[in-house]
Design a protein around this ligand. Structure first.
Ligand SMILES: [Fe+2]
Length: 246
């Protein structure tokens, strides 16, 4: 079974459309979404519609989905994120807002094969930045393979019986075969707002039969997404950061 693993789309229709047109030429069976469909970008309804159109087998909520849909009020958000979330809440159609509100909290186990979560499987709002956080998650969970998002940084953490290893991915297409007896935490990166210094949209395909993860980086019309953000009156740093992937 081949899974598209999508995360942190953040209302960036240009990036999401580019990913979907890229995978039109690749075989895949099911879509999993790791949260943060909206917030930051200028096309919240279009990105919700696009994700719904590919009928994800599992889609979970992110922290921005919670604040944009009104489940939470964003007390912990910075000023820019909060401003974008309140703008998004006003723009969302009633139907899309209800759909976002109904997204489940992770972790969710997909086809008894792997788990997905937004931040971590312990706390959906917490981050896994490095090996210390990854080790804590490995110690307190028992998923052999878990995909996570939230940090917008594509990376693989591997726990073998004697060591934890960080595997940095290499653009534009990074292929990695999972080994037996090793546990993995895998971040496919962000489609709509990468933060690893590479502005290309990032996502993963996981082939559960061959146990191969491929992380792809896709070019998209960044200037068009930036132009929409500025035209909508959203904070300028949200447009600027798309060009540098920070
Ligand atoms: Fe995010």
């Amino acid at each position: 079974m081949k899974y598209l693993i999508l995360s942190d789309i953040h209302s960036n229709k240009e990036a999401f459309s580019a990913v979907l047109s890229f995978v039109r030429r690749k075989p895949w069976d099911k879509v999993c979404f790791l949260g943060d469909l909206v917030g930051y970008g200028a096309n919240p309804n279009q990105t919700v519609d696009l994700l719904r159109s590919v009928r994800p087998v599992v889609a979970i909520r992110g922290n921005h989905d919670k604040v944009c849909s009104g489940i939470e009020q964003g007390e912990l958000f910075n000023r820019i994120a909060l401003e974008a979330a309140m703008w998004t809440r006003k723009k969302l159609t009633r139907n899309n807002l209800q759909w976002l509100k109904g997204l489940p909290q992770g972790p969710v186990v997909v086809d008894k094969t792997f788990a997905i979560c937004h931040g971590t499987p312990i706390d959906e709002d917490a981050y896994i930045f490095g090996e210390i956080e990854a080790l804590n998650v490995f110690r307190h969970t028992d998923f052999p393979v878990c995909f996570f998002g939230h940090s917008h940084f594509p990376v693989i953490f591997a726990l073998s019986p004697d060591a934890i290893t960080t595997i940095l991915t290499v653009a534009p297409s990074f292929r990695f075969r999972l080994r037996e007896g090793v546990r993995y935490l895998i971040n496919p990166g962000s489609i709509g707002q990468p933060r690893d210094g590479n502005p290309l949209a990032s996502f993963a395909i996981y082939d559960s039969d061959s146990r191969v993860v491929t992380i792809h980086r896709i070019a998209y019309r960044i200037e068009a997404a930036q132009g929409k953000i500025l035209k909508a009156g959203l904070p300028r740093p949200l447009a600027d950061r798309l060009a540098v992937g920070r």
